[in-house]
Design a protein around this ligand. Structure first.
Ligand code: PMV
Length: 320
């Protein structure tokens, strides 16, 4: 009754912001992401009839704050009458770095729990289960370029392009560490209820998804960068115009954005995207990765840079 799984975080190029059903955690819009290669979370799950309660250890420390969400996710994967579980999570990147650690954690968790309890869910079902815990986690079940589409009462996922078929690099500029001021669920609801731009954001998403999908299928880097930056800035405009406003950037985020703009003017194939946090993620062609890394590392205020390629979806690993 035990298994281990590993998953990597993903970064949305066409973003998910807003829910149409908070109970089922269904998104209001579809999204397209890239799954990263070199940053990962490993989850070990062991169901044990002798345990009286679930136990969660994250990077060697007991974590009571995340436990209710993890327990709910196990209930959804295995059933509420399940045995209690010992869950161990280890990651090779900082949780508070704004790198969607919940995406890799919940993707790995559902895959490990499914195997440990011999549930044998399909990949699509695992993605739905991961998505109930964290919307973006559904995409980390899949590798490479993944699209999450919104059907009537569910989500469906597909791989638009496997990781090896269009190798791109991602340079993450860490501009601040520390927990988010507002969690994404609360922030999305605030936007839905108060932002004058929210309805337009939802309305326009299909056009951005179509354009990005086309650009990925034709491997058109400039077109993908153009629609990704537009979609990112539009999401942040929705956030800025919410009441209370949500401004996740700091001055260094803007400095990094300016550095990307300058590189683009110099002909470097790079574009940026920013999630609900202050880190800037620069996506570039592999030949440009040294230039992008050096330029962002030299930007005043940048604390660290991380470089990765694109990788595969969540998978079981040998538990030793
Ligand atoms: O999965 P959540 O609930 O943490 O929401 C993720 C929201 C964004 O990162 C801002 C966008 C996205 O599509 O990943």
């Amino acid at each position: 009754m035990r298994a281990a799984a590993r998953a990597q975080p993903n970064i949305a190029l066409i973003k998910y912001w807003g829910k149409r059903d908070t109970e089922q955690n269904l998104p209001a819009v579809g999204s397209i992401s890239i799954t990263l290669a070199d940053l990962y979370t490993t989850m070990r799950v062991e169901f044990d009839g002798a345990l009286r309660a679930d136990m969660l250890v994250v990077n060697d420390a007991e974590n009571a704050a995340m436990l209710p969400r993890v327990s709910r996710c196990l209930d959804a994967v295995v059933g509420v009458d399940r045995s209690r579980a010992a869950i161990t999570s280890t990651g090779n990147f900082p949780i508070a770095a704004g790198l969607a650690s919940s995406a890799s954690a919940f993707a790995a968790l559902v895959v490990a729990a499914d195997a440990a309890a011999r549930k044998d869910h399909s990949r699509e079902q695992l993605a739905s289960l991961a998505g109930m815990a964290s919307g973006s986690a559904a995409r980390s079940i899949y590798g490479g370029f993944a699209e999450l589409a919104n059907a009537d009462d569910a989500i469906t996922l597909s791989t638009l392009c496997p990781a090896g078929e269009w190798p791109l690099s991602v340079v993450v500029a860490i501009t601040a560490t520390g927990p988010k001021p507002v969690g994404s669920t609360e922030a999305m609801e605030t936007s839905r209820e108060t932002s004058p731009f929210y309805a337009r954001w939802v309305e326009q998403q299909q056009a951005d998804l179509d354009e990005a999908r086309d650009a990925i299928q034709s491997r058109d880097f400039a077109r993908l960068g153009n629609v990704a930056e537009h979609n990112c800035l539009k999401m942040h405009s929705v956030m800025w115009a919410s009441r209370p406003p949500m401004v996740y950037w700091n001055a260094t985020t803007l400095e990094c954005m300016d550095a990307v703009r300058q590189m683009q003017a110099d002909g470097v194939p790079v574009f940026f995207t920013i999630d609900a946090g202050p880190q800037l993620k620069a996506v570039c062609e592999p030949a440009a990765v040294d230039t992008v890394r050096e330029r962002l590392a030299a930007t005043p205020g940048v604390e660290a840079v991380m470089v990765t390629g694109l990788g595969g979806g969540a998978r079981l690993i040998d538990d030793d």
